[in-house]
Design a protein around this ligand. Structure first.
Ligand code: SMO
Length: 718
């Protein structure tokens, strides 16, 4: 990424409070937590994707010096993963054992736990546990029939002025789009550390959770103790991205084993375990049809959404399907909408929310369709969007799926993005480069993204002498919440940020909260801090003596951030290799509290969005074996892969929370992939409509290009 085009944060911005400690090696991640006399856990996992579990023979493993215990479902009993967030009703009841009992459902499923004096011994012993499985055929993602869906969603809507019947003169375009399975590649692999306080009948669990209060309750249920007996702490966390919003079986099994054996214990996942048994993301196939009137107005959008769930359902597993369905048709007016969605199980690792959580899929569908419609009607892609965007005057706007777009100016985002990109000049450049045989494309994407639903909590204490303690229910996984929350509190209290201490991620000292997910920490978590500060100020004005403690629980209405991305790509017509020349991205995250940190969120989301678009893909074979089980086979972007990026903020504050803030962390994964896809399709459009799918690797682009050139008779010599 060239420094010249990177917007530099204003020079007066202080560094993040977190950084000095982290950059000088004084961070404390879960694996760093000091425990005296801790045992180590290794998991025995299924090598088959599906089958009957006949027996587990641990006798040889148990004889290894240093092995403390080997635990299976026999010791655990019928313990299941926590209930699922009922945002969508389940079609049938589902239950998933924490340790396999009689069946295995995916290759990587935990079958037994080896507890030993060292990590090395635990792993060596795990390798010697003999598991007998009678394999059965595995069901890959999207292999199930429609009636096997576990979750469904449907939206039907028709504007009052139309019957929704196709008008005779309209054009219809269609696309099928795949969003491959991805790994939520946190820098820090999953880890759990548990300390048993025998005398007090209490357990402390260090866990990289986005939702520590919920994790505490989940752990207490498995231990069969009261929630007050469990303390969950999230120390420094090296990335979460949705994958740590819901607990995985291991998060519950390690505390259970520690409690059972009355011994402190730790488990640190290997990178391989992140691939075989970590949370995956995306995994969807979407078919869409858009009909357009001759003047470019959008008539009817029809979408068929299919999401894979994997072998078991984490708490938030229905969220991607729900989000993709309700976000359509994005920032556009349509005359009719039909959305049908379903999600089904498969013999693969679980799919959960991952940065964007269904938002990227909705945006990809709407944006690829609208550019196809532009080519079909021969209207410029910018102009066809202009004719269909919901205008700022119409906000708040009730969408066909019943959502409320609260704030924003989509047309302004589009105009500003085109201006910063030099859109007209780029089209002229494209023509001249095409005439010289180059394959160049320009693509756009507009997005709306729901942010900050539900409630969050905060506690503020004003101490004598002026220091202030702020405790939030929303923990951090690298975002820099301490810096942002200190600023919010200082602003509200009228004191200096340096007077404020921020406590996060400890259920013993923080009020219960929902957690840090769904782009809610600043909007909802920050608003709770504002409210608690206001209450504390009022008490001080009334003469209450220090320390003054005020607690607040803020419930916000979901606000909708938005943005516009324009990308230019160049495709090597011999090899299919795609390079991204440049990207311009205008984002409306509402009121921005800390520009440096918001910018960092944009960059991080940009990198992950780019990875999704051009290189990342989890692949299972037909027997359910993972083919991309390491970073040798699964590509993630490196710094050198990032192209020139220009970002600009065009804030329209929301009135749905106390700060006017909307979300920013997920935006890069939402708008960027769609813009890159459109640019690639635009590049190949000289030969026709390409069936391009993510990730846009050279072989895939080359094959799509070859098919088009053969069909168009132009240059197809292969
Ligand atoms: S994908 Mo996010 O942590 O809701």
């Amino acid at each position: 990424m060239s420094q010249s085009t990177l917007p530099q944060p204003p020079s007066f911005e202080p560094l993040r409070r977190e950084d000095h400690r982290l950059l000088t090696g004084r961070g404390c991640f879960t694996a760093d937590v000091k425990l005296s006399n801790a045992a180590h856990v290794a998991f025995v996992r299924s090598q088959h994707a599906h089958g009957r579990l006949l027996s587990i023979d641990a006798s040889e493993a148990a004889a290894l010096p240093g092995v403390i215990a080997i635990l299976t479902a026999e010791e655990l009993g019928p313990q299941t993963v926590p209930a699922i967030n009922p945002l969508l009703p389940l079609e049938r009841s589902v239950r998933f054992d924490l340790l396999a009992r009689d069946r295995v459902m995916w290759s990587g499923q935990p079958l037994a736990m080896v507890i030993a004096e060292s990590r090395a011994v635990a792993r060596a012993a795990a390798d010697r546990v003999i598991v007998d499985i009678e394999p059965e055929p595995a069901t890959a993602d999207f292999q199930t029939s429609a009636d096997e869906a576990v979750v469904r969603v449907q939206h039907r809507w028709c504007a009052a002025d139309t019957t929704g019947e196709p008008e005779p003169s309209q054009l219809e375009v269609q696309v099928s789009l795949e969003s491959p399975r991805l790994v939520a590649m946190a820098l820090e692999p999953r880890a759990v550390a548990v300390r048993i306080d025998d005398a007090a009948e209490r357990v402390t669990v260090w866990l990289a959770s986005q939702s520590p209060a919920r994790a505490r309750d989940d752990i207490a249920r498995v231990l069969d103790v009261k929630s007050e007996q469990v303390r969950v702490m999230t120390p420094d966390v090296g990335g979460a991205f949705g994958a740590r919003a819901s607990v995985v079986p291991e998060d519950l099994l390690v505390p259970w084993a520690a409690w059972r054996l009355r011994r402190s214990m730790r488990w640190v996942a290997s990178r391989s375990e992140e691939f075989t048994a970590g949370m995956h993301g995306r995994a969807s196939r979407i078919d869409g049809t858009l009909s357009v009137l001759p003047d470019g107005r959008l008539n009817e959008l029809t979408a068929q959404l299919r999401f894979a769930l994997g072998a078991w359902m984490p708490f938030s597993s229905v969220v991607p399907l729900r989000n993709a369905a309700r976000i359509l048709p994005g920032p556009y007016r349509v005359r009719a909408l039909k959305v049908d969605g379903e999600a089904s199980l498969s013999n693969a690792s679980a799919v959960n929310i991952y940065r964007g959580a269904g938002r990227p899929e909705a945006v990809l569908l709407a944006e690829v369709l609208i550019e196809r419609a532009a080519r079909a009607t021969r209207i410029d892609p910018v102009e066809i969007r202009r004719r269909n965007l919901i205008d700022a005057k119409s906000l708040p706007y009730r969408t066909p799926t019943g959502e409320t777009l609260d704030s924003g100016d989509y047309a302004a985002l589009l105009e500003r993005a085109c201006e910063r990109f030099g859109y007209l000049a780029a089209r002229r450049e494209q023509l001249s480069r095409r005439s010289q045989g180059e394959c160049v494309g320009v693509g756009l994407a507009l997005y709306v993204e729901p942010c900050g639903q539900g409630w969050e909590s905060a506690r503020v204490t004003l101490h004598a002498g002026g220091r202030v303690t702020v405790a939030s229910g929303s923990p951090a996984q690298g975002q820099g919440h301490i810096t942002t929350f200190a600023r919010i509190a200082a602003e509200t209290l009228g004191c200096s940020e340096s007077d404020i201490d921020v406590l996060l991620g400890d259920t013993a000292v923080c009020p219960d909260g929902v957690g840090a997910l769904a782009s809610r920490s600043t909007a909802i978590g920050g608003s709770a801090i504002v409210e608690a500060c206001r209450v504390a100020l009022a008490r001080r004005a009334a003469g209450e003596a220090h320390p003054i403690t005020a607690q607040a629980r803020f419930t916000g209405r979901e606000a909708w951030a938005s943005g516009c991305v324009v990308a230019q790509v160049c495709i090597d017509s011999e090899t299919g290799a795609l390079s991204i020349d440049r990207v311009v991205w205008i984002d409306d995250a509402g009121r921005v509290i800390h520009p440096t940190l918001a910018h960092g969120q944009l960059l991080g989301g940009f990198a992950q969005g780019l990875g999704q678009a051009v290189m990342e893909r989890v692949v299972y074979d037909t027997e359910g074996q993972l083919l991309t089980g390491s970073l040798m086979d699964y590509a993630v972007p490196r710094a050198a892969d990032l192209p020139d990026l220009v970002t600009e903020s065009l804030p329209n504050p929301t009135s749905f929370n106390l700060l006017g803030a909307k979300g920013v962390g997920e935006a890069g994964c939402i708008g960027v992939p769609a813009a890159i896809m459109n640019a690639a399709r635009d590049a190949l459009s000289v030969w026709g409509e390409a069936d391009l799918q993510f990730p846009l690797t050279a072989p895939r682009v080359w094959r799509a290009m070859k098919a088009l050139r053969r069909d168009s008779g132009g240059g197809g010599r292969e």
